[in-house]
Design a protein around this ligand. Structure first.
Ligand code: DHB
Ligand code: FE
Length: 280
């Protein structure tokens, strides 16, 4: 049977990827952040997942307003990094796991009635590649297969926090019913508080972020009841991305063990947060 070895939630700020790509992780501006996230690489080496499910949002890269799936899962053989305007990041191609990917969608659609878009041809943007860089550094190839799971947090109406939590629970049922003996990790990415546009551009709300960091561990059900209006008000328009952390949390056991917690302001225009969780 497949095993869920743990979960990581992390912001996916593009400038973090640029710092890795241009060898700037030791610069004064970045040193504290990269020291704070180093435990993720140590943990990944110990956890040795065969597959990572990366829950992220596409930022009008592969998808745009022409086609906006609420939940889209990559079932293809591989996923190239997307050129977001400055050339594609010099990171490895994500090798997929079509067999597990199809099991996930089969279980979600037929067992959980959780209708999900299946995507063969999918490029992945910073939402997916930056968390991989944080977890693995700069290897010649990612040390495990990657299943990208894309959530619409950009175009109204976005799914609710509750729907994201339930999606995570459906993923867990799919993992538990998978016959192959593989090790799986899941990342929830995006957040924390940030707003990149309009009158409140630059918004950071550290108290609210800390409340999320506490409750993702101890009371995700309470977070799953939070509405979009509160998220927009307290975390900013792009801070809404944090609902994707609940997908990761929904896949984990009700009780989890906190392995690592890190919070740092600012990373680019964003509050940065990371948690590493194991099933208790
Ligand atoms: C920034 C953060 C994001 O999550 C994103 O997708 C784009 C930009 C930023 O802080 O600059
Ligand atoms: Fe983002």
């Amino acid at each position: 049977m497949a095993t869920l070895v743990g979960g990581i939630c992390t912001s996916h700020v593009p400038a973090i990827g640029a710092a890795v790509d241009h060898n700037r992780t030791g610069d004064p501006k970045w040193k504290a952040l990269f020291e704070g996230v180093r435990p993720a690489q140590d943990w990944m080496r110990k956890a040795r997942p065969d597959v990572v499910i990366v829950v992220y949002n596409d930022h009008a890269s592969r998808f745009d307003l022409d086609l906006t799936p609420t939940f889209a899962l990559g079932v293809g053989e591989s996923f190239m990094p997307h050129d977001e305007g400055h050339g594609a990041r010099p990171v490895p191609v994500c090798e997929g796991d079509p067999e597990f990917g199809w099991h996930l969608v089969e279980s979600m659609v037929l067992m959980d009635e959780f209708d999900i878009t299946m995507v063969n041809n999918m490029t992945v943007d910073h939402g997916c590649t930056v968390p991989l860089s944080l977890a693995f550094g700069q290897p010649g190839q990612w040390p495990c297969r990657v299943i990208p799971l894309c959530v619409n947090v950009i175009q109204y109406p976005q799914p609710t926090a509750n729907r994201c939590y339930r999606l995570g629970q459906a993923i867990r049922r799919a993992i538990d019913s998978y016959g192959q003996d593989i090790r799986i990790a899941i990342f929830g990415t995006g957040g924390m508080s940030h707003q990149l546009q309009g009158e409140r551009a630059g918004l950071i709300n550290a108290d609210y972020d800390r409340m999320w960091l506490d409750r993702i561990v101890t009371d995700p059900l309470a977070l799953s009841r939070i509405g979009h209006t509160e998220l927009l008000r307290e975390a900013g328009s792009e801070g809404l991305e944090i609902i994707m952390w609940l997908v990761m949390r929904g896949a984990m056991n009700e009780t989890v063990r906190l392995v690592h917690r890190f919070y740092h302001v600012p990373a680019s225009n964003t509050a940065y947060g990371m948690l590493i969780l194991e099933n208790a």
